[in-house]
Design a protein around this ligand. Structure first.
Ligand SMILES: [Zn+2]
Length: 124
């Protein structure tokens, strides 16, 4: 059985073979990998997992760190610092989104591996 690899998912390709694109668009996951005959998202909650378990926590930590550094070094008003941190967190989530989906897809397939070639290609 082939194991899902994080390095493939971070390159935004199939976590098993690393050849088929993981993303259909910047924001949308492809249905699956025709080469491996697997579906990337196994349920409707896949996007929720990527946002709540990967993108939001990473953006929150980085935004908090950014805010603390700006406040410490530039001594700006705390509301301005909070606004700057919020804007950069939103931008970060947009730029990080395909990687968050890749990390979450890898995690789901790593924790519960698909049997490559077991799903009917007609499913996607
Ligand atoms: Zn594949």
């Amino acid at each position: 059985m082939t194991e899902a690899k994080l390095s493939h998912a971070l390159k935004r390709s199939c976590p098993y073979c690393g050849e088929t694109p993981l993303m259909e668009t910047w924001f949308k996951l492809a249905e699956g990998c025709p080469k491996c005959s697997i579906r990337y998202a196994r349920d409707e909650a896949h996007y929720s997992g990527a946002s709540q378990m990967v993108a939001f926590p990473v953006a929150s930590v980085l935004g908090l760190l950014e805010g603390a550094l700006i406040w410490y070094f530039f001594k700006l008003d705390i509301l301005l610092v909070a606004m700057l941190a919020c804007v950069s967190m939103v931008l970060f989530i947009v730029l990080f989104w395909p990687f968050a989906l890749g990390i979450w897809t890898w995690f789901e397939h790593y924790m519960q591996p698909a049997i490559v070639g077991s799903e009917e290609p007609s499913q996607f």
